[in-house]
Design a protein around this ligand. Structure first.
Ligand code: FAD
Length: 543
């Protein structure tokens, strides 16, 4: 059984209090989820506590690429690039719906620029052991005109295309958490760790508080692993009040536009005025654009606000390099902001800092891990676990089953053939079938069985998604379902306002909410959605 059921939350909290675990992991982003899966597969008894919703931190705010990061090659980070480039194939094998191979187009201004680009991509492909059929290709004017006519060829007469993988970050986290549960882990969201319990100066568990019921918990464990992303330093201070700051937080934003306004056919990289690169990523009816990389001083938080100037910065390369009617911030239909938990390197700007990860052992034996990339979550998990095992004398079994597919990932033949099979067996149209297949993989059929009808007349989000989110994916609030399970807040902006009422009613029926609770959740979501797009109001001119 790999379900995280919100209907069995009390029993989960009871189990957390009753048992003594080999390790308790703090943080349910990709780092914590990866460690939980790896630890459970290697025979440890595992608990994981997440303060808010699973993936509600950085792991739902990324560019959603499983990639080695071509630009880190230029920074000389060869081992990081090799490891993440190789991981692409593994994640694709474990969950083909959450690592979909796509061509990424990189336009070039000159023949010399193209040659330089090809050299870098060739090295990247060697490091990632890319199969011959997946290797890069070059486009000159005629191919560009035919395959990606939106690029202004008078500025960019050449392009190189190479393979990267598109994921859904929050759903990758959920899939790993469910795999961990399938291997015996106990995981819970909305349970913030508020303190450590210690014996003779060594951490022997955590204290936590359930945000939904107020219940206080103590979870006993031989070892505590801190995987709290941007909050890692905060957690380290629970162990050692004077622990020095290790992290530099960097803000990255993305904006969503209707695909009809930016009708690119492939994923694309464009250059910015300060010589950075941004991604333009088509996904169904939308295109998203990102990202920025600026020091964020206010400290870790779940919903950093989105500066209008950052939105303008992202739109500028589209207006310059693509044949589109000028795009303005008021047309943005959704946006998200995330904080990178980078390992600080004094004197370096966020763009210059390596994306490597690091592990520290605190004075009470807490193992903290930060940095890294979504793509490298499996090697990061192994590293953290091996350090924890050494420090605490835990015996790790051979990683049996680490090659088994993640939930929903057990299908062959690629996403489009999965979607076609779904169309045939359920009668869904092509658009709905592809959306469901890419979110749920082979489990899309189970989602449809739970309720094939759209929640909004003519809409794409199905009633069955609510039941699936509650019974299998630990959804406990309206925000969980709209933002991180169906992803409608980002990918289906035209439907999301209309979804609030029917979605909240379906959730209220499953979770036993009162009418006042239901309407409070709707109100708070309306405020959340408005806050995401607050930058659309032009800032007042200085007086
Ligand atoms: P998080 O996802 O933030 O998880 C930490 C969790 O800990 C949070 O959910 C938080 O609520 C929880 N927590 C905090 N305090 C407590 C507590 N007291 N008790 C319990 N839980 C607690 N990587 C890629 O590979 N590809 C990309 O395309 C990519 N794009 C990116 C774009 C942007 C804009 C950003 C910001 C990052 C991007 N990354 C990308 C990097 C990647 O997203 C991060 O490295 C990764 O998501 C970090 O995951 P994490 O689990 O360490 O942190």
């Amino acid at each position: 059984m790999n379900a995280i059921s919100s209907l069995e939350r009390d029993a989960t909290l009871d189990r957390l209090e009753r048992e003594r675990f080999d390790c308790v992991i703090v943080g349910g982003g990709i780092t914590g989820a990866g460690i939980a899966r790896e630890a459970a597969l290697r025979g440890l008894s595992v608990a994981l506590l997440e303060a808010r919703d699973f993936a509600s931190g950085t792991s739902s705010r990324s560019s959603k690429l499983i990639h080695g990061g071509l630009r880190y090659l230029a920074m000389g980070d060869v081992s990081l690039v090799r490891s993440t480039a190789l991981e692409r194939k593994v994640i694709h094998r474990l969950a083909p719906h959450l690592a979909e191979p796509r061509w990424l187009v990189v336009p070039a201004r000159s023949r010399a620029g193209l040659v330089k680009l090809r050299a870098a991509i060739t090295t990247y492909e060697k490091l990632g052991a890319v199969a011959p059929e997946d290797r890069h290709r070059n486009w000159r004017r005629p191919e560009l005109e035919q395959n990606e006519p939106l690029i202004r060829r008078e500025l960019h007469p050449f392009a190189c295309i190479y393979r990267e993988y598109l994921t859904d970050d929050a759903r990758l986290v959920l899939a790993n958490l469910r795999a961990a549960v399938g291997a015996g882990a106990t995981v819970v969201n909305y349970a913030a760790v508020t303190g450590l319990s210690t014996q003779s100066g060594r951490a022997d568990g955590v204290r936590a508080r359930c945000a939904l019921s107020g219940r206080q918990l103590r979870v006993a464990a031989r070892c505590v692993i801190n995987a709290a992303g941007p909050w890692v330093d905060e957690l380290r201070r629970l162990e050692d009040r004077s622990a020095p700051e290790r992290l530099l937080l960097s803000l990255g934003i993305h904006v969503v536009l209707p695909h009809r306004r930016v009708p690119v056919r492939n994923m694309m990289i464009l250059g910015t005025r300060d010589r950075r690169s941004i991604f333009v990523i088509p996904r169904g009816e939308i295109v998203y654009v990102g990202t920025t990389d600026t020091v964020y001083e206010p400290g870790a938080q779940t919903w950093p606000s989105i500066p209008r100037k950052d939105v303008e910065y992202l739109l500028e390369p589209l207006n310059r390099d693509l044949s589109v009617e000028p795009l303005v911030p008021e047309e943005v239909t959704a946006a998200w902001a995330g904080l990178r938990p980078l390992i600080a390197e004094p004197g370096k700007a966020p763009t210059e800092i390596s994306r490597k990860d690091e592990v520290w052992i605190g004075p009470a034996g807490v193992v903290s891990i930060a940095g890294g990339k979504l793509t490298g979550y499996r090697p990061m998990a192994r590293l953290a676990l091996e350090r924890a095992a050494k420090e605490h004398g835990l015996r790790l079994a051979a990683a049996d089953g680490s090659d088994s597919p993640l939930p929903g990932g057990d299908f062959e033949g690629g996403l489009s053939s999965l979607a076609r099979r779904l169309e045939e067996t359920t009668g869904l149209d092509a658009r709905r079938a592809l959306r469901l297949a890419s979110l749920y993989g082979r489990e899309a059929a189970e989602v449809v069985e739970r309720g094939p009808e759209p929640l909004v007349s003519g809409g794409v989000v199905l009633r069955g998604e609510v039941a699936f989110a509650v019974e299998k994916e630990g959804a406990a609030t309206l925000e969980d379902v709209l933002y991180r399970r169906t992803r409608a807040a980002l990918y289906v902006p035209e439907e999301r306002e209309a979804l609030l009422e029917p979605l909240s009613r379906a959730l209220a029926a499953r979770l036993g909410w009162s009418e006042s609770e239901r309407s409070a959740q709707c109100d708070s979501l309306r405020k959340r959605l408005a806050a995401d797009l607050a930058f659309r109001q032009p800032e007042p001119a200085p007086s």
